[in-house]
Design a protein around this ligand. Sequence first.
Ligand SMILES: NC(=O)c1ccc[n+]([C@@H]2O[C@H](COP(=O)([O-])OP(=O)(O)OC[C@H]3O[C@@H](n4cnc5c(N)ncnc54)[C@H](OP(=O)(O)O)[C@@H]3O)[C@@H](O)[C@H]2O)c1
Length: 214
Amino acid sequence: MRIGILGSGLMGGKLGTIFARAGHEVVFSYARSNDKLKRLARDAQGHARAGTPGEAAKEADALLLAVHWSRIDDVLKQAGDLAGKVVVTCSLPIDAGNTKLIMANTSSGAEELAKKVPKARVVSAFNTVPSEVLFGVFEAKRKKDRPSLVYCGDDERAKDAAAQLIGDVGFDAVDAGPLQIARYTEPFALLVAQLAYEGEGGPELAYRFERFGK
Ligand SMILES: NC(=O)c1ccc[n+]([C@@H]2O[C@H](COP(=O)([O-])OP(=O)(O)OC[C@H]3O[C@@H](n4cnc5c(N)ncnc54)[C@H](OP(=O)(O)O)[C@@H]3O)[C@@H](O)[C@H]2O)c1
């Protein structure tokens, strides 16, 4: 797949690198320095390059939106027309101090994003794990018991693309249903962050759902 990274920080930088190493074609965009984007592309050791958000979006089969909530409008404006595009968002609707969700229960960041880009096909994914665990999950990809990763969205083909990317990173993709379920997954992401950053054992934390019974 051709993947455009909109926001090349902790999440976008690492996921873009992993996508490139998994064989995808990646364009890193949206950082405060172009040198950083070029370095990410070089270090990815795959098919990767630096570009503007518009360039990242133009040819992409899927986009990863990975910016702070306060930067969403700016990056979308720079990306241009996203009609028909698969937009996988890991961005959480968090306040400037990164302490709390600014919406929950009656809406979610993913749903608000979908309203901003009504012709795009939005999937919420990757927001329920800390960036620190991503390379570890990728390296352990061949192990039997993969960690879970929940995703949700309203467009089945977009969800299939997201599920492929989730699997390529090394997770077991768990379809949680329509985009509205982001009202549950976004608060869950804060629980995982709490355990990762405030719990014992460090931030390299993932989770796994197990079903018992038949
Ligand atoms: N970090 C996590 O573990 C984690 C986990 C789950 C969900 N999330 C969510 O994922 C999203 C991304 O998080 P993150 O930790 O990856 O954020 P981040 O490290 O701050 O990355 C954001 C990216 O946006 C760029 N940026 C910020 N302001 C900019 C500006 N004015 N012009 C151009 N580029 C600008 C940053 O540039 P620079 O590279 O120059 O700083 C960076 O590349 C957030 O919504 C967060 O809530 C994060």
